[in-house]
Design a protein around this ligand. Structure first.
Ligand code: GLP
Length: 260
């Protein structure tokens, strides 16, 4: 895993944006895997800025979101659909029919999940998957105990995750119990993963995912098995990494061609 520690989330999100932008420039028909939450907000602002100011072109790009709440209509203000349009899609030129987000209102969840997997395959697979991490180590909505080879399916949220999502829903009682999420196997099929984490409340999950054993109890730890994962963290999220000094040293001694 490549570990990039930055002083703060602003500088970390600049690097993350350069990594995504490079994928889009190198492959105009790139397939992006996208995440929600607070973590990628600055990355998305940067991509919108690069589109407006530098002409970064998303016309050929296809996107797949990681997850969506079950029973929440797309137009609901707390849906991941609403989040994605407000934070990213409204500012880019990705054609609407290239945007894919799991349908939380589907009447047939297993069929919708199979179709989602098929759509990812038909698009040629995900080139770069943006990820945040939950305080309990989940990626997407793959809660602890998720199969390390799981595919898109329904999951039940843990109490911890529902508490973390309470603010977005105006209270924990309003947070849905169920979600549709890409599986860990789906995420692992991506050609590259870009994991972001900011703030001290992510420090434990990051240390466990990066330096702990690979275990279904810390779903993000499966990324240790991925051939190309880049982790970009701020100092606070890196606080419990035992080898932080080494990761910083690696970065300051990179050959020019490896710099972002
Ligand atoms: C949710 C999302 C994840 C996200 C996580 C962390 O669980 N399904 O994709 O990584 O929240 O959210 P935040 O970035 O707000 O801390």
């Amino acid at each position: 895993m490549e570990i990039i520690i930055q002083p703060d989330h602003v500088q970390a999100s600049e690097i993350a944006a350069r990594i995504v932008a490079r994928t889009v420039r190198e492959k105009p028909h790139a397939v992006l895997g996208l995440a929600t939450g607070n973590t990628p907000l600055q990355l998305y602002r940067n991509l919108v800025r690069m589109h407006r100011e530098d002409g970064l072109d998303f016309a050929g790009v296809t996107s797949f979101n990681l997850d969506e709440y079950v029973g929440i209509p797309p137009a609901h203000p707390s849906s991941f659909h609403s989040y994605m349009w407000a934070q990213l899609f409204s500012g880019l030129n990705i054609p609407k029919d290239h945007i894919n987000i799991p349908d939380g209102m589907t009447a047939d969840v297993p069929a919708a999940c199979r179709k989602y997997e098929q759509a990812i395959r038909s698009a040629g697979g995900i080139d770069i998957q943006v990820l945040g991490i939950g305080t309990n180590g989940h990626i997407g909505f793959n809660e602890p105990s998720s199969s390390l080879s799981s595919r898109t399916r329904i999951k039940t949220l843990t109490e911890q995750t529902r508490a973390d999502a309470a603010a977005a829903f105006g209270g924990e009682e309003a947070v849905p119990n169920h979600v549709i999420t890409m599986g860990l196997g789906t995420i692992m099929d991506s050609r590259m993963c870009l994991l972001l984490a900011f703030g001290k409340k992510k420090a434990r999950a990051i240390a466990q995912a990066v330096e702990g054993p690979v275990t279904a109890m810390v779903p993000g730890s499966i990324l240790q098995m991925h051939p190309r994962t880049i982790l970009v963290v701020d100092r606070e999220a890196a606080a419990e990494l035992r080898m932080a000094d080494y990761y910083l040293w690696v970065n300051t001694h990179k050959p020019d061609w490896q710099k972002y």
